[in-house]
Write a protein that binds this ligand. Structure first.
Ligand code: BJW
Length: 223
């Protein structure tokens, strides 16, 4: 069976990494226009670096949970699985997953806004860091902000059109284009399943759903 999995912040919540839109989520404490847009970065790069430096430090001390481990087992099964994540942490990789498609980038990456070079991010980035290729002081986290094109969209789109099953796990279904994947897969004839703590905004688009903490419902579904 060809399966496309889409994970969101809910899959890492039980690893201690905050979600965005839950009642104590990141967007209740930070203004997303200030820290997650190219315009916010242009206005105050130090503030944006502080935000991502803190999250990078949190993510580095986090440990994957039973949901990440179950998805790794699914990848090792006979099924053909594309694991797409909106998360910028590396907990799928820490659990052993390979070829994870990071559509919103990764905290572990640095990007030169001038020449486009990419390299491994240091634990703490600053506006005075120079690009190792072009020496411009234009380094930024390799993260997809609002208004920017998510990564690997052609490969994801092709997999959705070819999928037998699409499963969204721990995502609120509010951020596009990821929120539209269920409609693409459904339109191409795939079965669709939502696994979440509670019904998301996109619940009605899914044929089936199971609710509870990811660390319980994902292993129960996989095994
Ligand atoms: C649990 C749990 C537990 C809790 N167990 N579950 C229509 C079409 C296309 C685009 C748009 C459109 N309308 C608007 C747009 C633009 C915009 C957008 O979608 N805005 C919406 C807010 C309306 N989209 C974009 O700008 C995207 N780019 C784009 O569209 O480019 C097109 C383009 C065209 C032409 C020129 C240029 C571009 C880019 C989006 C980038 C998103 N970036 C962020 C921040 C960066 C990454 C980071 O810092 O980490 O990505 S925003 C934030 O939201 C982050 C996440 O990846 C993303 C999704 O959040 P997620 O993962 O769903 O988390 P939550 O908190 O929302 O939900 C958590 C869920 O878990 C909840 O349901 C809980 O119940 C559940 N949960 N605990 C299981 N234990």
């Amino acid at each position: 069976m060809r399966i496309v999995i889409l994970t969101g912040a809910g899959v890492s919540a039980e690893s201690g990494l905050g979600t965005f839109r839950d009642k104590d989520g990141l967007w209740t404490r930070y203004d997303l226009a200030e820290v997650a847009t190219p315009e916010g970065f242009a206005r105050d790069p130090a503030k944006v670096h502080d935000f991502y430096n803190a999250r990078r430090a949190n993510a580095q001390s986090a440990t994957h949970n039973a949901a990440h481990a179950a998805l790794c087992r699914l990848q090792a099964s006979a099924h053909d699985v594309m694991l797409v994540t909106q998360n910028v942490d590396s907990l799928h990789e820490q659990a052993g997953s390979r070829d994870v498609v990071h559509m919103h980038g990764a905290l572990s990456g640095a990007l030169c806004a001038r020449c486009g070079d990419r390299w491994t991010a240091p634990l703490a980035m600053s506006p005075t860091d120079l690009c190792p290729s072009c020496a411009a002081p234009a380094t930024r986290p390799d993260i997809v902000w609002f208004g920017e094109m998510p990564y690997h969209m052609d490969a994801i789109h092709a997999a959705l059109l070819d999928a037998d099953l699409f499963v969204a796990i721990g995502t609120s279904g509010t951020v596009y284009p990821a929120a539209g994947f269920v409609d693409i897969a459904d339109g191409a004839g795939a079965d669709t399943l939502e696994l979440n703590l509670e019904p998301s905004e996109a619940r009605s688009a899914f044929a089936d759903a199971r609710y509870g903490p990811a660390s319980e419902i994902v292993p129960a579904w996989v095994d």
